[in-house]
Design a protein around this ligand. Sequence first.
Ligand code: NDP
Length: 451
Amino acid sequence: METKDANQFINDFMVYVKTKNPGEVEFHQAVHEVIETLAEFLIENPRYIQSKIMERMVEPERVIMFRVPWADDKGQIHVNRGFRIEMNGAIGPYKGGLRFHPTVNLSILKFLAFEQVLKNSLTTLPMGGGKGGSDFDPKNKSDNEVMRFCQSFMTELQRHIGQYTDVPAGDIGVGGREIGFLFGQYKRLRNEFTGVLTGKGIEWGGSLIRPEATGYGTVYFAEEMLNTKGDSLKGKIVTVSGSGNVAQFAVEKVIEYGGKVVSLSDSSGSIYDPDGIDAEKLNYVMELKNVYRGRIREYAEKYGVRYMNKQRPWAIKCDVALPCATENEISGSDAETLLKNGCFVVSEGANMPSTYEAAHQFMSNKILYAPGKAANAGGVAVSGLEMSQNSMRISWSREEVDDKLHTIMRNIHAMCVKYGTDKNGWVNYVKGANIGGFVKVANSMMAQGLV
Ligand code: NDP
């Protein structure tokens, strides 16, 4: 098929998506990236076009939006908005995280839910795709305020979820504390103890390795990509953004593999530690972020290193970049700087951290570039393993779960290589992940009739 046909196909499809979903720029960006790499495959396999599979996949099966009223410690009343996008249930119950952040809106959650469908398919586990959350900001709130918010949020959400229908997990702003409050309220309202959420505490149905899974998986994926070149993370200089759940465990695994992590960040700025973040410094970060809920600037003060106010870490010279904070955190010019400084591996711990321009720069320079839906799938994969353990009423050891996670990441890598290798042997991981994730969902939808 001529390239012109593919371009026309992409343009027509994007006009359709933009017209139906005006103003949802993050959602447009996520769909655009997928359709660009899928177009030729779809044209070669017209049954998907005739069945309007892509038109069906960009339309959520269900969108739930609801009011979340709660009272702060002073008795003042606040009203937030809650969401759950049940995007695609063709291969299993909807599965995907909850995000609590003031920027949360329909566009961001639809982009995340759309990505989640393909990601969950890539894990090979039976999970559909969903995403949810609220524009609530847990920063500077007391534990009691967070609890009251979570209880109000779950009072409505509980009608829509369940172990066989929709199983949420954590994401930005939703960690172990929030999952605990949400689970407690679900249990009170429904009077049942089931695996309705993942990321639970280890004493009450959680899985070992779930907190570590996304960060570890992102690093396993980077190592796997390097291995294809006979190389490894040992001795590599690594920049990491973020300092939350994903970033912390990515750093832990890079240290274990013998790489040197020189940066971390939060929404206020970045630190640059040229000597590298070792296990002791990482322990400090975990306490700072997970217990005291402090700012990364305090790391710079404690260890006497540079703090870059309001800056991201992409100007620091590195071999490997692991963006682990949020979407669109690597701009086109950041990507240019990274490439100019010799960065040749990017493994995305966050979801869509590269802008459209940045992703295209990585691809046209043919570096080892893994999109989030492949590289950060370890989190949802271990959530899937948590669901299996809950159903079987057993718990696997740390080693068993970590082995399964490692195997899943290797399999996702192999799937990307299978669908993404071009004529000259370069692996387009974006294309590989999109086609690899798409085929199973599309075939399942076709087998199930007009769903
Ligand atoms: P956390 O809330 O634990 O940490 C998020 C980190 O990113 C914090 O350091 C936060 O800084 C920073 N951050 C958040 N928003 C922004 C912003 N707008 N600009 C700059 N920095 C920001 O979240 P996670 O670590 O769980 O999630 C990080 C990324 O990984 C997200 O893209 C998420 O969707 C993705 N992901 C997470 C999975 C998981 O299992 N948790 C699974 C797969 C993907 P601050 O504290 O200042 O807000």
